[in-house]
Ligand binder design. Structure first.
Ligand code: ME8
Length: 649
């Protein structure tokens, strides 16, 4: 029988040097869903990847003196390592720099242009000249560039736009007639009421101010801007518009896009509209999970509260981290990550509840049956209760996972764990063991416990894969298929248990918290040392003496200096260059009053092509040295009376 396909996607990640615990959340959740659907017998495709283009990457690479591709290659390798560490069982990894994706994006863009959904116009926004970046009003921080903090100017740029408005009514109708398309429900209403119903603006889909992107095929001075490049990964990775893969018809439309709430608008408005324009079916579900917060709010480097998944995994193992994310954070709402709650949860839920159940069961089989799993011989009412719950739990988990209720699925499993521990207390095997005629009963109790643990372990495997393997090894569990969970007889009596170490050793909360604090402090120190270094701009590429020789630097004397009306930053200087008078406009008004400069000998780049600034001719440039944050600036002066026109070399 061919298996039914089930296609899950995670967002594709920006190549950032350090992913925090919040970034790993989506992918851990997607992995649990994928593993569970595999257990259910689906042919699962779990897609993840990286979103590698854009100006920011280009700039970081330039600062580091490497090509953008070299930069992202290194980061992507790190992201793949992180997914390995987090036990992510992805089936395919797409990079937006993959050739097949780039070609498909170019063709998609051309098709949308040719059919009239994309048109050329101009983009107006706030422009930061040093960063060569456009920003929207809302992106500005205190009216300044959010990247470098410098002033911005209103500017216009030629750009292509996508006619979003054309498809809005059709999308509203679709969302209304597919009530489970956007989940959770509250997010659906937010999309409809805050964005769609008030009217959609057309989306800017190209840029000309940087070139680290996919060139528009018919107008290559433009690169495709962010969302057409990023969102289409979900279909190109299946083979849409390329020959690399041939799985499009099998897997598309996907069963679910799992994403964080911050990118829900792009996935439930822009992406469905792009698909409508392409004539392709829409995803079955888009689930927007909440935000992972830390004490004091959002994680941020400056607050020093960024939770590093690598530190957690190295200290506690991967499964406790997965457990906390999947059980403790309500899937769909914001949730808190807190070290103390995390460690206490490990002690209570993992070490006490699950760990003890396994070790007590294995120890009693060791003690009373020489490690051989006994066969059941009888059945009492108290057994029925456990058996009924054990057989019902897989269905409860299935139902919860179908509704993307991951914490509820774990609640059901822990309910069975709790019931099994209670069963030990109720049946008191240590008392049964005292009388020879209760040996049969004791055998039944222990068999039932192993069998219950077999079901628990099979279900836990989707969430905590390593833990499940450890349980299976200790209790010699073989049957873990979905079908084997519908009968309470999968354990083979007569097999040996292998008592091992506690699967979750108890943790000393205070000692571990102190250790984690020390690690964080150390990381803060290292990162601020890194930042201090980063403040010094890297040295520009090497030049020859001939290159330098092209600059004509001269000593000039400032004869007159005055502000320019309406230009707060500029001063107009009249300088003497060996008998020749020149006018120079200089952006140093913030640091010098006009009278401070008159009479000074300064250095002029004399052969710079003249330009007009604010309508005033500037014939050269005064040299100045500035601190990186531009809080301090000094014009380069000559401390003596060299004849004007003398060369500087
Ligand atoms: O958004 N809590 O990539 P990304 C929970 N490239 N989730 C968080 C989080 C937090 N504190 N911080 C980040 C992008 N995330 C785009 C996606 S898809 C076509 C393009 C989540 O690397 C965030 O919501 O910035 C998103 O789901 C994921 O991390 C990747 O974010």
């Amino acid at each position: 029988m061919t298996k039914k396909p089930y296609y899950i996607t995670t967002p594709i990640y920006y190549p950032s040097a350090k992913l925090h615990i919040g970034n790993t959340y989506t992918t851990v959740a997607a992995d649990a869903l994928a593993r569970f659907k595999r257990l259910r017998g689906y042919d699962v495709m779990l897609l993840t990847g990286t979103d590698e283009h854009g100006q920011k990457i280009q700039r970081i690479a330039e600062e580091k003196g490497v090509t953008p591709k070299e930069y992202v290659d290194e980061i992507v390798a790190g992201i793949k390592d992180l997914w390995k560490l987090m036990d992510i069982s992805y089936d395919r990894f797409i990079r937006t720099t993959d050739d097949y994706h780039e070609k498909a994006v170019q063709d998609i863009f051309t098709k949308l242009y040719e059919q009239g959904d994309i048109y050329k116009s101009s983009y107006e926004g706030w422009y930061c000249t040093p960063c060569e970046s456009f920003w929207t009003e809302t992106q500005l921080v205190d009216g300044k560039c959010p990247d470098c903090g410098r002033p911005v100017e209103k500017a216009k740029e030629e750009a292509y736009f996508f006619k979003m408005s054309k498809y809005a009514p059709k999308l509203i109708e679709y969302i209304e007639s597919h009530p489970d398309f956007i989940q959770p429900e509250s997010r659906k209403n937010e999309m409809l009421n805050n964005f769609l119903r008030p009217g959609l603006q057309d989306l800017c889909v190209s840029r000309t101010t940087f070139n680290w992107g996919i060139p528009v095929k018919f107008d290559p001075k433009h690169v495709v801007y962010v969302w057409i490049d990023a969102l289409t990964n979900y279909i190109t990775a299946m083979g849409y518009g390329n020959d690399k893969y041939n799985d499009y018809n099998k897997y598309w439309p996907c069963d679910v896009h799992l994403i964080g709430k911050d990118i829900l608008r792009f996935h439930t408005i822009y992406w469905p509209i792009m698909l409508m324009a392409l004539g392709e079916p829409l995803p079955k579900h888009v689930f927007g999970h909440g935000w992972l917060l830390v004490d004091g709010g959002k994680m941020s480097k400056s607050k020093g509260n960024v939770v590093d998944p690598v530190v957690l995994v190295n200290n506690f193992g991967v499964d406790p981290v997965r457990y906390y994310l999947l059980r403790e954070i309500p899937f769909g709402s914001d949730g808190l990550f807190n070290n103390e709650i995390f460690i206490k949860k490990i002690n209570s839920d993992l070490a006490n509840d699950l760990g003890n159940l396994v070790s007590r069961t294995a120890a009693m089989i060791g003690k009373y049956f020489d490690g051989v799993i006994p066969a059941p011989t009888d059945k009492e009412e108290i057994d029925d209760e456990l058996i009924k719950l054990a057989l019902d739990t897989p269905n409860q988990v299935d139902k919860a996972m179908d509704a993307f209720k991951i914490p509820e699925a774990l609640d059901s499993i822990w309910n069975l764990i709790g019931r099994s521990n209670k069963y030990i207390d109720e049946t008191t095997p240590w008392i049964l063991a005292k009388s020879e005629d209760k040996k049969g009963r004791l055998g039944t109790v222990l068999y039932n416990l192993v069998e219950s643990l077999r079901i628990i372990s099979s279900l836990v495997a989707s969430f905590l894969p390593t833990t499940s393997s450890k349980i299976n090894e200790q209790l010699n569990i073989e049957l873990t298929t979905w079908d084997s969970l519908s009968a309470f007889d999968g354990t083979r009596a007569g097999t040996m248990v292998k008592k091992g170490d506690a699967i979750f050793p108890r943790i000393d909360v205070d000692a571990k918290l102190a250790e984690l604090d020390a690690i964080r402090e150390q990381q803060m120190k290292e990162s601020s040392a890194g930042d201090a270094k980063a403040e010094i701009k890297p040295i520009k590429p090497e030049i020859t003496i001939d290159d330098f020789d092209k600059l004509d630097l001269r000593v000039v004397k400032v004869k007159e200096c005055e502000p320019i009306k309406g230009a707060k930053k500029l001063l107009k200087l009249k300088v003497d260059l060996g008998g020749e008078e020149r006018q120079v406009v200089s952006g140093i008004a913030q640091w010098y009053k006009p009278e401070d400069l008159v009479g000074k000998y300064v250095v002029l780049l004399a052969n710079l092509k003249p330009v007009k600034l604010r309508g005033e001719l500037s014939q050269g440039m005064i040299l100045a040295a500035a601190s990186e944050d531009e809080s301090k600036l000094f014009a380069v002066t000559i401390p003596g009376d060299l004849p004007t026109g003398s060369t500087v070399s």
